[in-house]
Ligand binder design. Sequence first.
Ligand code: FMN
Length: 225
Amino acid sequence: MLPLTRRYFLKSSTLLTTNLALTGVHGLIPKPAWGAKNEFLQASCGIEKQAVKKVLIAYASMHGSTGEVADVLAKDLCAAGASVDIRLVGNVKDLSPYQAVVVGSAIRSDRWLPEANEFVAAHRSILSNIPTAYFLTCLTLAKPSAEIQSRVQSFLNPVREEVPEIKPVSAGLFAGVLDYNSYGTTIKAVMKYKMWTKGIEAGDYRDWGAIHAWADQLKSAFLSA
Ligand SMILES: Cc1cc2nc3c(=O)[nH]c(=O)nc-3n(C[C@H](O)[C@H](O)[C@H](O)COP(=O)(O)O)c2cc1C
C-alpha cells in the first residue's frame, strides 16, 4: 500500500484537477444538449490523407453554444470529404496544416469576442492567402427581418476594418442561444433586463437549416478546387 504522505496527497489532487480541467473544458466533449452549460467543444472529423483538404474551424464563445454550430459545420464538411479540426481560437498556434479556415464567434456588445479578432489579426498573413470564412452567433437575429439582417452584417465591421487584407469567402450570420442557466448572477440580471426590453424570451434560436445551408456554401468555396 502507498504511504499517504503530504506529497502523495498534493500530487494526486493536482492530477485530479488537471484531469477535470482537460475533460471538462478542453477535451473531446460529446455534443451537449441545449441547456448543458459552458462546455466548449473541440473535436476532429474526416480522414487524414494528404489528398484531403484540411479545414480548421476556430471559434470563440462565452457559454459553449457556438461550438455546437461549429460541430454541425464540421460534420457537413467531413461528410463532403474534408478533414476538419474544431478548436477554440486560443488553442490554435499553427495554421500551416490547413488549406481553409472558418473563424466564428459569439457576439457581445455587437461585435465578435476580442479573442476572435486577435486570432484573425495574429494569423493575418496566412488567412489572407487561403480561403477563409467568418461566422457569428447572436441574439439580435432571434427576431429576424431585412433591417436586422443588415444591422447584424455590421457586427463584422470591426474585424473587417482591423484586418482588411482578409476577404472572407462568405459570412454566416446565425441566431444563438439565450440560456439564463449558463450565466452568473450579474450577467443574468443584465441579460434579463436587456432581453425583456427587446421582447426576447429564453430559448435556442439556432436555425439548423440555415447553418446546413451555409455549410453547403463552404463546401463549394473550400472543396471544389
Ligand atoms: C454577456 C452577453 C452579451 C451579449 N451581447 C450581445 C450583443 O451585443 N448583441 C447580440 O446580438 N447578442 C448578444 N449576446 C447573445 C450571444 O451572442 C448569444 O447568446 C450567443 O448564442 C452566445 O454564444 P455562446 O453560447 O457560444 O457564448 C450576448 C450574450 C451575452 C451572454
